[in-house]
Every structure is written in structure tokens, then in C-alpha cells.
Design a protein around this ligand. Structure first.
Ligand code: ADP
Ligand code: MG
Length: 149
């Protein structure tokens, strides 16, 4: 069973506030699977999550430039940008399950490209530009449990 939340934000700051509101309700091991066009706000939202956890960025080997690790005192966050990947097998071969089982919150942009690597109980977030205003975004969140958003 999924809980669906349909939000609109008027600017990037509001998107980060929404992200922080979600972040404080996340638990170790939660996965955020994001979809939406370029510039729809996925990375902006991710920054709102990492800001909430007061993390420091950790640079991985140049082989995995699409992965950023953020280490915090109470919570680690892994950010994966799958834009240049071809399918979920690439993530599985890279060892994505080690991240899923590590207790980190794992955020994946372009999750639709790597759908077969993403567990069914992931949060699904879809971003899109919203009509009239350049800065308006619609953000639909499908959550595996009830949230206060
Ligand atoms: P994506 O990761 O989906 O490609 P980004 O977050 O990198 O998107 O870029 C979104 C761009 O749109 C940023 O330049 C951001 O400042 C701008 N922006 C304007 N309005 C919003 C909004 N409501 N939410 C998120 N980003 C917004
Ligand atoms: Mg991005």
C-alpha cells in the first residue's frame, strides 16, 4: 500500500523545505527513487535532504562519478545520478545492494532508467514543471508509509 502526496512548490527554496520536511521523517535504509526531466528539481530536493542531516561530501573513486557519498554524525546519505546509466544491472553489478543494506538513505535520480534495481518499498518522487510560472514545480511523492507533508 502506498500513500500519495501531491505538492506544488513556487521556487527552489520551497522544494528544499519540502525535502527537509520529508527528511526528518526518513529512517535508515529508506530509498528515494526520483524521476522527472532535466531541471525539474531532483538535485535541488536532494540538497534539501542532505542539508537536513548536516553531512559532509565524500569523494569516491573516479570510476563511480555518478555516486556521491555524504557522511553525517547520525545518518549517511548516498546520492546516485543514473542519467548516464543504461539499466539497473549496472547498479546491481556495481554493488548497489551494499548501499541498500548499509543503513544509509539512498537517493537515486533518473530512477526510471534503473527501475529493475530499485526495491518495491522505495519512495517514488516525480518532478515536473508546473504550467504558468517558470519556477513552479509539481512534486508527487508515493510513500510506503504515511507521512506528514
Ligand atoms: P534536476 O536534478 O531535476 O535536473 P536541478 O535541481 O539540478 O534539477 O535544477 C533545478 C533548477 O530549477 C535549479 O536551477 C533551481 O534553482 C531551479 N528551480 C526553480 N524553481 C524551482 C523549484 N520550485 N524547485 C526546484 N528547483 C527550482
Ligand atoms: Mg540532477
Amino acid at each position: 500500500m502506498m500513500f500519495r502526496y501531491h505538492k506544488t512548490t513556487a521556487n527552489a527554496e520551497e522544494t528544499q523545505q519540502l525535502a527537509a520536511q520529508l527528511a526528518k521523517q526518513l529512517k535508515p535504509g529508506d530509498i528515494l527513487a526520483m524521476s522527472g526531466d532535466l531541471a525539474s528539481g531532483k538535485t535541488t530536493f536532494t540538497q534539501g535532504v542532505t542539508a537536513h542531516y548536516d553531512v559532509e561530501e565524500y569523494t569516491l573513486s573516479p570510476t563511480f562519478t555518478y555516486i556521491n557519498e555524504y557522511h553525517g554524525k547520525t545518518q549517511d546519505v548516498i546520492h546516485i545520478d543514473a542519467y548516464r546509466l543504461h539499466n539497473g544491472q549496472e547498479l546491481i553489478a556495481m554493488g548497489i545492494w551494499d548501499y541498500f543494506e548499509s543503513g544509509a538513505i539512498v537517493i537515486i535520480e533518473w530512477a526510471d532508467i534503473v527501475a529493475e534495481a530499485i526495491p518495491e518499498d522505495a519512495f517514488g518522487l516525480n518532478f515536473r514543471r508546473s504550467g504558468e510560472h517558470d519556477d513552479a514545480r509539481e512534486i508527487i511523492i508515493n510513500a510506503p508509509r504515511e507521512l506528514d507533508l
